[in-house]
Design a protein around this ligand. Structure first.
Ligand code: HEM
Length: 157
């Protein structure tokens, strides 16, 4: 029963991690488009992408929860190698990235567009914050993916 539950968590954490990655793919590009658009279109686009950011919040927290479930049901620190311990650390950094860079970056962009119209510089600052957050987050995500297969890769060489 525990074995089955562990594999359910394994599958779920892969699905939620993939959803977070996919939702973030167009975010920096959308922030750039928003700045190049006429005000009413920009506001509609920024509100729409806000929902993607909201889903990213949910998916990244679920990824952490399911990862922890798989990790501890699979035996925890005693069973899994340092590759998994490092993944856990990187996962916590992605959570920080999501909640300290990506989400506030998008909220800032939204607030700037809702305010007076001469705030181009501030909006560009938020755009950069979003681009950096998504870039760093995706990089950490890819490192975790390699770490998930690290033991199998090490055995192959
Ligand atoms: C970007 C986030 C992540 C992705 C894309 C990801 C992906 C994967 C993949 C593809 C597998 C299957 C590996 C295999 O079949 O050998 C796996 C397994 C697993 N992952 Fe993750 N993972 C992520 C984050 C995490 C984190 C943070 C942990 C917590 C340490 C974790 C714990 C596990 C565990 C325990 C397994 C099962 C390993 C086993 O017993 O064979 N994952 N993950």
């Amino acid at each position: 029963m525990i074995y089955l539950l562990k594999w359910i968590f394994v599958i779920l954490h892969i699905i939620t991690a993939a959803a977070w990655f996919g939702l973030g793919l167009r975010l920096a590009g959308r922030a750039r488009s928003v700045l190049a658009m006429e005000e009413s279109v920009a506001k509609a686009l920024v509100d729409d992408a806000q929902r993607s950011v909201y889903l990213m919040n949910i998916f990244i927290v679920l990824t952490l929860v399911f990862s922890l479930g798989a990790f501890f049901l699979g035996g925890g620190f005693a069973v899994y190698s340092p590759a998994y311990h490092t993944s856990l650390l990187l996962m916590l950094l992605i959570i920080l990235d999501q909640f300290l860079l990506i989400r506030p970056g998008w909220n800032g962009l939204q607030a700037t567009l809702a305010g007076p119209s001469d705030t181009g510089e501030a909006a560009d600052g938020f755009r950069k914050r979003i681009a950096m957050g998504v870039g760093v987050g995706h990089l950490m995500w890819l490192i975790i993916l390699v770490l998930m297969f690290w033991n199998q890769l090490a055995r192959a060489f």
